[in-house]
Design a protein around this ligand. Structure first.
Ligand SMILES: Cc1cc2nc3c(=O)[nH]c(=O)nc-3n(C[C@H](O)[C@H](O)[C@H](O)COP(=O)(O)OP(=O)(O)OC[C@H]3O[C@@H](n4cnc5c(N)ncnc54)[C@H](O)[C@@H]3O)c2cc1C
Length: 339
């Protein structure tokens, strides 16, 4: 694997794609833990994504992972033996384009910047995005949401490049299979841009709403190193994941440098000394205790990167394998020329 990654790395460089070997992933995620990726490439433009797809599609045996701001990812201490494709660029390098009601943003733009730029352009409806510390691409993949809204409410379409087929396509929202904190997009799909529908607004009203959301977040969620909510809410009627964890008396439960937040029971906080192993140990304990006390098995929305399949399966949401979701996956794969 290492020899072929060296060759692929050379191919990236020859195509003008920024590529590095043995890159620590911790600084690229909000948990700030975990080991190195064998190779990290930076997708700074659509051209970069096309070049990366052309190269990667010739080496389908090499694992790939698309990384935005890393605000919903936990990297194993042993790292990732594959290619991490970083779709995240400095704020100054990203711009929205407004055409009538439509706002188009690059996938590498952060959600808070999307919220603020849309408001500055007198567009309303995306203010809630200010609370999501990830990129537009990550938010589409996750169908991120908060404050009574989620991506599926305003997304019109997303431009996706397949790392398997190299095909690039504008996929309408109806074909993306968006559901609670997930979509029909898989690990080999790169969102490069997204178009949202908005309404007319004023920058004064928009700014006020943004300020209210920011202060609500400060009051109700912890700062520091975390990945937001760890567990997905179970089926309706069984209570929120946070309430179940709280009622099981797990606030403050700690293992090494990781602990259940005192401020929000569905957040796990990492200290400077935390390892990914500590965070997973807290997740396992929370899962076991909630199941023992409430009879509900919690699953995680955080993407585990580089972990063994047993650990990944323990937290994977079985709802992802339901027939409706499988048929959405199949549909997207068909649209992108993969099958
Ligand atoms: C403090 C805090 C609060 C949070 N609050 C919320 C909240 O209220 N609501 C909510 O929904 N989430 C919340 N999150 C989680 C997280 O911010 C969202 O899931 C966000 O959408 C992830 O974006 P990202 O760019 O960080 O993606 P990453 O964490 O880098 O990746 C997440 C997933 O998206 C994929 N991905 C990333 N970029 C792309 C791309 N360009 N193309 C294709 N796939 C991609 C990755 O492969 C991975 O599967 C919170 C996180 C934190 C740290």
């Amino acid at each position: 694997m290492k020899a072929s990654l060296q060759n692929i790395h050379n191919e990236f460089l020859e195509s003008g794609v920024q590529s590095e070997l043995h890159v620590p992933l911790a600084p690229l995620t909000t948990y700030a833990v975990g080991g190195v990726a064998e190779c990290v490439v930076r997708a700074r433009s659509l051209e970069d994504v096309r070049s990366i797809a052309r190269i990667v599609s010739q080496h389908t045996h090499v694992p790939v992972f698309v990384l935005g701001r890393g605000s919903n990812v936990l990297v194993a201490d042993s790292g990732f033996d594959g290619i991490a494709i970083l779709v995240s660029t400095p704020v100054a390098d990203t711009h929205i384009s407004v055409t009538g009601n439509l706002v188009e943003a690059p996938a590498s733009m952060t959600m808070p910047v999307l919220a603020r730029r849309s408001v500055a352009a007198n567009r309303a409806g995306l203010e809630w995005c200010v609370g999501i510390p990830g990129t537009v691409g990550g938010a589409v993949r996750m169908n991120a949401g908060g404050h009574g809204a989620e991506i599926v409410d305003s997304l019109v379409s997303a431009t996706i490049v397949s790392l398997k087929s190299g095909v690039e396509s504008i996929v309408p929202v109806a074909d993306l299979g968006l559901h609670f904190r997930g979509s029909a997009l898989s690990g080999h799909h790169v969102v490069v841009s997204a178009t949202f529908t908005t309404t007319e607004g004023t920058s004064e009203e928009g700014t006020q709403l943004i300020n209210e959301i920011v202060s609500w977040r400060r009051d109700h969620q912890p700062g520091g190193r975390n990945a937001g909510s760890v567990f997905v809410n179970p089926s309706p009627g069984k209570g929120s994941a946070g309430a179940l964890i709280d009622a099981a008396g797990l606030r403050g439960y700690a293992c090494g440098g990781a602990s259940v937040s005192e401020k929000h029971a569905n957040f796990i906080q990492a200290t400077d000394s935390a390892t990914a192993g500590d965070i997973v140990a807290v997740m396992k304990h929370v899962q076991e205790e909630v199941e023992r006390v409430h009879g509900v098995r919690l699953r995680s929305e955080v993407h585990l990167l580089g972990f063994d399949s047993q650990t990944a399966d323990q937290f994977a949401d079985p709802r992802h394998s339901e027939p409706e979701r499988m048929s959405a996956l199949h549909h997207v794969a068909h649209l992108l020329g993969e099958i």
